[in-house]
Design a protein around this ligand. Structure first.
Ligand SMILES: [Zn+2]
Length: 68
């Protein structure tokens, strides 16, 4: 039996974060600078990792600014 899988998704992970100056425009929560990792997965197997840095809201988790 052949199993076809065409599922591609992305998983985002915060690997390191520090408090930063700034306020979330959505909820008014505190901001933090985070080192992010995005894994692109095919059939749940990561085949591509991308590291990037972003300023996140610590309360609601929205991305306020991203650096690439
Ligand atoms: Zn927020």
């Amino acid at each position: 039996m052949v199993f076809f899988c065409f599922l591609v998704d992305q998983k985002r992970k915060v690997s390191n974060s520090k408090p930063a100056a700034g306020i979330c425009s959505r909820c008014g929560g505190g901001a933090s600078v985070a080192d992010m990792k995005t894994a692109t997965r095919f059939c749940y197997v990561p085949f591509y990792w991308k590291s990037w840095r972003a300023i996140l809201c610590t309360f609601c988790g929205s991305i306020l600014k991203s650096y690439r």
